[in-house]
Structures are given as structure tokens and as C-alpha cells.
Design a protein around this ligand. Structure first.
Ligand code: 3HC
Length: 288
């Protein structure tokens, strides 16, 4: 049984996962520092949090007003300021091992010696990330699903060096902010859920290259006939085509040609205005 309490948390990265994770912690009553590399990115994440909290408050899904929850969140571009006196840091930066190792090396210097350092990585090795620090036993995976505020599951991923106390503290903390955590005791690429979910999106993308598939019809079939909340193309757009792309690349696997095309054109899905579908006409520069 873990004994540590977590009251103050820093979230590094204000993108779709980062701001959503920060929102979960703030709703759960924590003081949250949200940090990204540029002010515009942090402000954007903060505004998306406001949008989401207002929706939840309107529907009575949270007990407090959006403003009261937001009062517990501060924003910064300074890592040192973000992690000062925190109990936990959750890194939600892009899926690149060198970048994550750099961040964890810096965190090891700047965060309190007893703080837990967690990564929201969806597929990279927690062990390798932890080895960029002098406290690998205090490094753990804390993997949320998009949108964090609506998806209950959190994977608590052990690296080879993660202590039981660290994993148990994060597991208890996830429960305390209303999530349903599961332990992933083996640091395998993609952990549990993405090992099942990424192929769902990947197979659909391969079908586009090899068969005559209609995107809307395929999505509709999975939603209306199979009862899935989203079809494979809509889900890829929602989570970001680049996420599955990088996960597969990092695992040394060949990616579907359509993912290569979309990612190199910057058409990563909903967040960039265009993926398989068009969300923002200004982003649709080569027609659908
Ligand atoms: N905050 C607040 N409100 C939100 C919201 C958010 N983040 N997202 C959607 N809403 C609102 C909508 O605007 C809508 O509001 P309205 O009624 O006023 O119009 C309302 O919630 C209902 O939304 P939807 O009709 O879209 O549907 P649901 O709420 O039933 O479900 C969903 C939304 C939970 C996203 C559902 O479609 C779903 O479960 N999709 C699959 C998601 C999934 O599989 N995620 C995992 C992806 S993999 C991953 O994340 C791993 C990572 O490593 C990549």
C-alpha cells in the first residue's frame, strides 16, 4: 500500500493529451502547473480546458464551476517553475525517445528529489526513459486515453526499475482523481490497449492502399453495425494519425503509405484541421 500523497502536479505538454490530463487533475482537486515550450501552446491548451470544463459544468458533470477548477491551474513556459515543489510530474510531450530522455534528464535536476516522474508515453520504453535519470525507481508510465476527461482507463506502466511504491502511489492517485487504473507490469511497446487499438486503425489504413474502401462506409459499419464509439478512420483523426505513425516507426515497423502521406502533409487529423476527413476548410489544401 502506497503512503505518499499527491497534491501538486506539473503536466509538461499542453497538447490534446496534456491539457486533458491537467484538467483531470484539477477536477480532482490538485494544484496543477501546465507547461509547454511556447506561450501560445500553453494558452491554447488552457482555453481548450476552459471549453471542456464549461461543457461539463453546464451538464452538471462536475460539482464546481469551470472558473473554480481553473483557479487551481497555473501556466508557464519555464520547466523549473513548473516543477518546483511538486509531488508528481506527468510528461506529455511528442513521442520521440531522444526528446523524452532530454526532458527526464532535465526533470531529474529540477524536480524535488522525492517527486515521481511519470510519462504519458503511449508506446515508448519506460525503462529507457527512466535511465536518463538518477532515480529510475521513481519513474513510471501513466498512460491516459483521449479525451482524458471522458476516458476512465489509465495504464500504470512499470519500467524495469520502477519500484512498487512508485507504481502503487500513481495507481492510488489515478483512483483518487476518478480514473480506473490497471497495472501493466511488462514494458512492452504499445502496452496493453494500444497493442490492440493501433492495429485497428492501422489495418484500416492498409486497406485504403490495397482495396477499394470507402472511409465513411467503413466508419459507419463499425459504429452502427458493431457498436464501436468511433470507426477506425474517425478514431485515427481523433487521436492523431501522427501518434500511430510514430508508435509504429519507433517500433521499427513499416507504416501504411497513407499514413506517410498524411503525416508528411501535416494532415494529422482533427487537431490539424484535416486528416481522413476535413474539419477546417483552410487546412484542406488539396481537396478531399
Ligand atoms: N470535454 C467536455 N465535453 C466533451 C469533450 C471533452 N473533452 N469531448 C466531447 N464533449 C462533449 C461534446 O461536445 C458533446 O457535447 P454536446 O452534447 O453539448 O454537443 C458531448 O460531449 C457528447 O459528445 P459525443 O456526442 O461526441 O459523444 P460521447 O460523449 O458519447 O463520446 C467519446 C465521446 C468519449 C470521445 C466517444 O466517442 C469515444 O469513446 N470515442 C473513442 C475514444 C477512444 O477510443 N479513445 C482512445 C483513443 S487511443 C488513445 O488515446 C491512446 C493514446 O496513446 C493515443
Amino acid at each position: 500500500m502506497a503512503t505518499e500523497t499527491i497534491d501538486t502536479v506539473a503536466v509538461l505538454g499542453a497538447g490534446s493529451m496534456g491539457h486533458g490530463i491537467a484538467e483531470v487533475f484539477a477536477i480532482g482537486g490538485c494544484d496543477v502547473r501546465l507547461r509547454d515550450v511556447e506561450e501560445e501552446l500553453v494558452d491554447d491548451g488552457y482555453e481548450q480546458m476552459r471549453w471542456s470544463l464549461e461543457k461539463l459544468a453546464e451538464k452538471g458533470l462536475i460539482d464546481e464551476s469551470a472558473e473554480t477548477v481553473l483557479d487551481r491551474v497555473s501556466t508557464t513556459t519555464d520547466v523549473g517553475e513548473a516543477v518546483r515543489d511538486v509531488d508528481l510530474v506527468v510528461e506529455a510531450a511528442p513521442e520521440n525517445m531522444d526528446l523524452k530522455r532530454d526532458i527526464f534528464g532535465e526533470l531529474d535536476e529540477l524536480a524535488p528529489a522525492d517527486a515521481i516522474l511519470a510519462s504519458n508515453t503511449s508506446s515508448l520504453s519506460v525503462t529507457e526513459i527512466s535511465e536518463a535519470t538518477d532515480r529510475p525507481e521513481r519513474v513510471v508510465g501513466m498512460h491516459f486515453f483521449n479525451p482524458p476527461v471522458k476516458m476512465d482507463l489509465v495504464e500504470v506502466v512499470y519500467g524495469d526499475h520502477t519500484s512498487d511504491e512508485t507504481a502503487e502511489t500513481v495507481h492510488e492517485f489515478a483512483e483518487s482523481v476518478g480514473k480506473t487504473p490497471i497495472y501493466v507490469r511488462k514494458d512492452v511497446n504499445g502496452f496493453v490497449v494500444n497493442n490492440v487499438l493501433v492495429p485497428f486503425m492501422e489495418e484500416a489504413a492498409w486497406m485504403l492502399s490495397t482495396e477499394d474502401v470507402d472511409i465513411r462506409a467503413a466508419d459507419a459499419a463499425m459504429v452502427f453495425r458493431r457498436g464501436y464509439p468511433m470507426g477506425p478512420f474517425e478514431l485515427a483523426d481523433y487521436t492523431g494519425i501522427d501518434i500511430g505513425y510514430h508508435a509504429r516507426k519507433e517500433a521499427g515497423r513499416e507504416v501504411p503509405p497513407v499514413w506517410e502521406e498524411k503525416v508528411s502533409a501535416g494532415h494529422n487529423g482533427k487537431k490539424s484541421g484535416r486528416g481522413y476527413y476535413v474539419y477546417d476548410e483552410d487546412a484542406a489544401d488539396d481537396g478531399e
